[in-house]
Design a binder for this molecule. Structure first.
Ligand code: ADP
Length: 268
């Protein structure tokens, strides 16, 4: 029995999403098959926005969980809480999603401990169940429930990786920074700067992305370009805006900062 109102998780307004290929069609087919999906790609390249957009398109509630290394299985599944009347069970976000037929998006699932990832297994095969061991209940997932995880194959893959037994439960879509003209459109639309300024920001990002693996762990994300545009829109000088959003967050290495700032100065 669920007392949760699914409507609170509906995405009310269309989230702006610029398609980069046929990902919308592919995802729709996967959802129609209720196939668990894995979205792979670097941070800030549009994975979360894509899920929000798809939940809106499919008119399904969306429950997002940002995973971290301290997360336990109980954080996903639920736990008993103590209150004045004794103990009360509280569903975690995964249990709620399974009950109400939401799309459950586990962002950066590789960050979670392995015992946490194992709880998703019975939900991602023919069983479509979630055992609440502590409560002694087996949830049968609602027919509309779908599990989606995101995964950044880049920087942490040597330290942490999903087990094959987990990976092979998902269909997967690759995401990457969008092609130049699409990224310019996104940065301009999201931040409000004109196309010319957005174009320069994207050019700087292209230079910096070439430094990945040569002193930078990750390239400049689309998200950071949007930040830069937003500051420029607030009247901050482009150089200061770029340093604050596209240089300082990325690296503490003075030489690398000089290199990135030099790239900024080439354009602004
Ligand atoms: P991720 O989940 O991959 O870390 P996000 O989905 O949060 O990244 O994307 C970061 C930001 O980049 C979004 O808030 C949005 O402004 C912008 N963005 C990236 N790709 C797109 C896209 N294809 N369409 C619209 N906005 C995008």
């Amino acid at each position: 029995m669920s007392t949760v109102d699914p409507n609170q998780y509906l995405v009310k307004n269309e989230p702006y999403y610029e398609a980069v290929g046929d990902e919308i069609t592919l995802y729709e087919a996967a959802y129609n098959a209720r196939m668990p999906m894995m979205l792979k790609g670097p941070t800030g390249c549009g994975k979360s926005r894509f899920v929000e957009h798809m939940a809106w398109r499919l008119k399904r509630p969306l429950i997002t969980v940002a995973c971290n290394e301290d997360m336990t299985a109980s954080d996903l599944v639920g736990r008993f809480l103590l209150d004045k009347d004794g103990t009360k069970w509280q569903d975690g976000p995964l249990a709620t999603a399974a009950r109400i037929g939401a799309i459950c998006y586990l962002d950066e699932v590789v960050e979670a401990r392995q015992d946490t990832t194992v709880v998703i297994h019975p939900l991602t095969d023919h069983r479509r169940t979630l055992p609440l061991d502590k409560k002694g209940e087996l949830i049968e997932a609602h027919p509309d429930f779908q599990l989606v995880i995101s995964y950044n194959p880049g920087y942490q893959s040597l330290m942490k990786d999903l087990k094959q037994s987990t990976k092979q439960r998902f269909g997967a879509l690759d995401f990457d920074y969008p092609a130049e003209n699409i990224e310019v459109a996104i940065v301009s639309k999201e931040s409000g700067v004109d196309q010319k300024t957005a174009g320069k920001l994207v050019q700087i990002a292209h230079r910096a992305r070439n430094l990945k693996g040569h002193g930078l762990d990750e390239g400049i994300s689309t998200r950071l370009l949007v930040y830069a545009g937003q500051l420029i829109g607030k009247g901050i000088s482009p150089q200061a805006a770029c340093t604050m959003t596209m240089v300082t967050p990325l690296t503490d290495d003075p030489d690398m900062r000089d290199t990135l700032n030099a790239a900024v100065q080439t354009f602004f």
